[in-house]
Design a binder for this molecule. Structure first.
Ligand code: FES
Length: 165
C-alpha cells in the first residue's frame, strides 16, 4: 500500500475499481484509468502514474509505457482549460487547416502543443477528426467546430466550454 496518496482522490480510486470490474485484467484498465485521471487533472503527473500502478498492481513503468505511447496525455504541465485540436489531415489541409493552426498559434502567442500563459488554451495539431465534410475542423474540449475560418475559430476559442470528458 502507498503510505499516502498525493494525487489520486478516493473518488478516482473508486472509479478505477469500477472500471476494473468491467475489464478482464487489471492491466487492461491502464488506458481508461489514464484517461479518467487526465480528464480530471488535465495532466497525468509522474506521481499519478505511480499511484495508478499501485492501485492496479502493476509496475509504474508499465503504466508510464502506456502513457508515453500516446501523444494524447500531458504529463509535466496541465493542458489549458480549453484544449483545441486543429485538424491537419488532407480535407482540412486543403481547406486551410494549416493556416488555421498557424493563425491561432500566432494570435495566442504559442507554438503547436503550447499553452497560453494564463492557462486558458492549448493548441495542438490533430489528425482527422471524422468530420471531413465540414473542413476545416477543430475539436475544442468535447465540441466539434466546423467550417472554421481563422476569425471564427479565434472567437470560438475565447468562449467558455465544459471540460473535456
Ligand atoms: S481531414 Fe479534418 S476532419 Fe477529416
Amino acid at each position: 500500500m502507498i503510505a499516502q496518496r498525493k494525487i489520486l482522490t478516493d473518488e478516482m480510486i473508486a472509479q478505477i475499481e469500477t472500471l476494473a470490474s468491467r475489464y478482464p485484467t487489471r492491466q487492461a484498465v491502464t488506458l481508461p484509468a489514464l484517461h479518467m485521471v487526465h480528464a480530471a487533472l488535465r495532466q497525468v503527473p509522474l506521481e499519478a502514474v505511480v499511484e495508478i500502478a499501485e492501485v492496479l498492481g502493476l509496475a509504474p513503468a508499465e503504466v508510464q509505457d502506456t502513457l508515453s505511447f500516446y501523444q494524447f496525455f500531458h504529463q509535466d504541465k496541465p493542458h489549458g482549460e480549453v484544449r483545441a485540436f486543429v485538424c491537419r489531415s488532407i480535407s482540412c489541409a486543403l481547406r486551410g487547416g494549416d493556416e488555421l493552426l498557424e493563425h491561432l498559434c500566432h494570435k495566442n502567442g504559442v507554438k503547436p502543443y503550447g499553452t497560453t500563459a494564463d492557462g486558458a488554451l492549448t493548441i495542438e495539431p490533430a489528425e482527422c477528426l471524422g468530420a471531413c465534410d465540414f473542413a476545416p475542423c477543430i475539436l475544442a474540449n468535447d465540441d466539434l467546430l466546423t467550417n472554421m475560418t481563422p476569425e471564427a475559430a479565434e472567437a470560438e476559442l475565447k468562449k467558455p466550454r465544459g471540460r473535456a470528458t
